[in-house]
Design a protein. Sequence first.
Length: 189
Amino acid sequence: MVAARNTDVGALVSVGGAPGSELFVVSDLRRLRVYVNLPQRQVAQIRPGGAARLMVPERAGRSYPATLQSLSQAINAASGSMLVQLAVDNRAGELLAGSFATMRFDLPAMAEAVTVPPGALILGKGGPRLAVLDQASRVQLKPVTITRDFGNAVQLDGVQRGERVIANPPDGIAAGDTVRVAEAGKITR
């Protein structure tokens, strides 16, 4: 398909024209290459051949399967992300070259990962912490790292499955406070 024509009949064409002065731009749209800047914290979870889904605004409710082709193997210091290349089958011609798209990567589930509601996090200048209870029902404030944010839940590193987490800790909670448990529950996700 001719994507751009930068000349007309009768125009003067010179040999070795200026760079970027191509006469035509020809594109093969049957298979598209998609370039994505993937956040550094997710780089370790993907591999070439991995799956992803592409969504475009003009085709609301539809997604297109994509396959991870290659990784640049370098983190961009300015954005904190790595450039990755994916391929999308477009034999139906529904996707347009140069379009804005959203990618959703099918990341492997981490068996040891703990997921909590965002309200369980205590955010401060020391970083995110989680209020957990020890055997004597005393508060311990554990520093945690957010590994994935699902919107209605966050996946954390730094807490173990089975620990008793205070789901919505009050502002003044401190390490060593004694808590009377009204309804006990353990993290199951």
